[in-house]
Design a protein around this ligand. Structure first.
Ligand SMILES: NC(=O)C1=CN([C@@H]2O[C@H](COP(=O)(O)OP(=O)(O)OC[C@H]3O[C@@H](n4cnc5c(N)ncnc54)[C@H](O)[C@@H]3O)[C@@H](O)[C@H]2O)C=CC1
Ligand SMILES: O=C(O)[C@@H]1CCC=N1
Length: 267
């Protein structure tokens, strides 16, 4: 049985990925070791065979596959020789070349899920270094499929962009929701009611969008064609150039992701 060790696996993203995979049987509890700063985190109680530790060296010694899920600023404290193992990283801003140099690893997969993984609704692009095997890629795909949709991509430049688009994306939707709530409050709507309304709007609107045969721009055009209230709102937003701040935000996030990353050839 492939032994899987997840460094930082008790954090937000680690648990969002691991709990669905355990629930689906993609990972057996007996095959999983999770490390955290404290050595014990809640959430894994339904799988008592999952081992928890603070000792990353012991985790790595027992593992065939090691996943890194700590914040980038905590990575320097983790000095391990992972040569011969499959290394999976979900970390932003840490490149394949950096991972290879730090951990003496050749088989590396970088993936960029988002925290909707905890609802099994992540979009997870991933890419693999040239030495990874088909079995390595299949393991990673099964793991990430438990928490959403996966997409293999070709370059780290794309991964950096997806770090902004879908990795950070939940926060960008939250800022749009917050702007709507703030406006509603200034118009006299009670904050709690505005929040309830906007949460349901995002659920309803995004469910429609996800399942629609129309593209988003076609949906916008359909509403413009009514020439009614929605069109008045859309035209005012277009006049205020709503696309520009969105593009600026994505560009800044992707630039930050890329600052620690460069396309590299590990072949
Ligand atoms: N939260 C998000 O929206 C996304 C995060 N990521 C990436 O995932 C990684 C983890 O992010 P989160 O889970 O959100 O952060 P988090 O802070 O919730 O989890 C990180 C965990 O690592 C643990 N940790 C720190 N140093 C450790 C060490 N030496 N040994 C063992 N455990 C250690 C911490 O105790 C914590 O539980 C980051 O690198 C981030 O770039 C990627 C996509 C989305
Ligand atoms: O904000 C971050 O750095 C991480 C990566 C993508 C989402 N959260």
């Amino acid at each position: 049985m492939t032994q899987f060790g997840v460094i930082g696996g008790g954090g937000w993203l680690g648990k969002a990925l691991l709990l669905p995979a355990l629930a689906d049987g993609v990972i057996a509890g007996e095959a999983l070791t999770v490390s955290s700063r404290s050595g014990t985190v809640p959430g894994f109680e339904p799988w008592p065979a999952v081992r928890q530790t603070k000792d990353n060296a012991a985790l790595a010694a027992d593992a065939d596959v090691v996943m890194l899920s700590v914040r980038p600023q905590d990575l320097d404290a983790i000095a391990l020789d992972l040569s011969g193992k499959l290394v999976i990283s979900v970390m932003a801003m840490v490149s394949l070349a950096d991972l290879a140099a730090r951990f003496e690893a050749r088989r590396i997969i970088r993936a960029m899920p988002n925290t909707a993984a905890e609802k099994r609704l992540s979009f997870t692009p991933w890419l693999a270094s040239p030495d990874t095997t088909e079995a390595d890629c299949a393991f990673a795909e099964r793991l990430f499929e438990a928490s959403g949709k996966v997409q293999r991509i070709a370059t780290e430049t794309e991964l950096d962009y997806f770090t902004a688009l879908t990795g950070s994306g939940p926060a960008f939707l939250a800022v749009f929701a917050d702007a709507m709530i703030s406006d509603a409050v200034t118009k006299g709507i009670e904050r709690g009611i505005a929040e309830r309304a906007v949460r349901q709007l995002f659920l309803g609107g995004s469910t429609l969008l996800a399942g629609s045969k129309q593209t988003p721009d076609e949906i916008v055009q359909t509403f413009l064609d009514y020439a009614g209230t929605t069109a008045a709102g859309l035209e005012a937003m277009a006049a205020a150039d709503i696309h520009t701040p969105i593009a600026r935000g994505l560009t800044a996030a992707a630039a930050k992701a890329a600052a620690g990353t460069r396309d590299c050839d590990l072949g």
